[in-house]
Ligand binder design. Structure first.
Ligand code: 2HA
Ligand code: ZN
Length: 275
């Protein structure tokens, strides 16, 4: 029997859970992570799959372009803090049916656990990001990034009102997320409505802010997805500190500065947020 936790996809997944925990973004069971496996990942993990997969569970959403895919997912109610200690109890691998509407557990989530309560949102976001990135996107990550959440109490909840200060609070930001960030108003977590609202934002953006809740980030691998969340949260932290000085903003990165960064780094900034 192989040690599945040493396979690169599972090992990378576990490391990212640990990284998020160490950042303080995953109090209790906060946050969730999913990864759409490659064929090679599935082949490497298959020897550890259960001889009898679990029962199929309908999700209430259907995504044709995810039929037959395999995902690594955190478990509902599980703590990121515990993932590295007991992976098979806190994360698992699910297979999607041929209709793209149901999952069944093939490894992990031991003891009756199920995929994250946000699985429908992750699933719909995977579908959108897979389509708009031509299959490159594989990771969807939800974290309770403290300063991003704090800003949702003081900034207007629009894509523009979040993107501009985030771009202006760290010079690398326009390079890392030139399309900006989306903002989803406060909604009940875990349901199909928040899944739909988020996936609409992910048509345009790599990341979406959930008001008074957290951040959704996407990417082609663990490094870029974690790096995106980290960059957004760092910029939010700087802006929170700037506001906390209580003197307003004396000087910032101007729109001409932003355009100059975009030109030199070869990225196209979302013009809707300039000027
Ligand atoms: O998994 O963060 O949004 C717990 C959550 C729900
Ligand atoms: Zn959450």
């Amino acid at each position: 029997m192989i040690d599945i936790t040493e396979q690169p996809a599972v090992a990378g997944f576990i490391r990212m859970c640990e990284d998020g925990w160490l950042q303080g973004w995953h109090e209790r069971n906060g946050g969730n992570l999913t990864y759409r496996m490659t064929e090679e990942d599935v082949a490497a993990a298959r020897p550890a799959f259960a001889s009898e997969p679990g029962a199929w569970h309908e999700m209430g959403v259907t995504c044709d372009n995810l039929a037959g895919e395999y995902f690594i997912t955190t478990g509902s109610g599980k703590f990121f803090r515990n993932v590295a200690l007991a992976p098979e109890k806190n994360i698992g691998i699910v297979e999607i049916n041929d209709a793209g509407s149901a999952w069944r557990i093939v490894w992990g989530l031991a003891g009756g656990a199920v995929p994250t309560s946000e699985f429908p949102t992750h699933f719909m976001n995977h579908s959108v990001r897979k389509r708009v990135t031509g299959g490159a996107n594989r990771v969807i990550y939800h974290c309770h990034a403290t300063n991003v959440i704090a800003l949702t109490y003081v900034l207007p909840l629009t894509d523009r009102d979040f993107t501009r200060p985030l771009w202006q609070s760290a010079t690398e930001c326009p390079v890392v997320f030139p399309e900006g960030v989306g903002v989803v108003p406060w909604m009940v977590p875990g349901g199909v409505d928040i899944a739909r609202a988020t996936s609409e934002k992910m048509e345009t953006y790599q990341a979406a802010v959930w008001a008074q809740h957290g951040l959704f980030a996407s990417g082609s691998d663990f490094d870029t997805t974690f790096g995106l969340a980290h960059t957004i949260e760092k910029s939010a932290e700087i802006y929170v500190k700037v506001l906390s000085c209580g003197q307003g903003v004396r000087q910032t990165i101007t729109d001409d500065n932003l355009r100059a960064i975009a030109r030199d780094f070869g990225v196209t900034l979302n013009e809707a947020f300039l000027g």
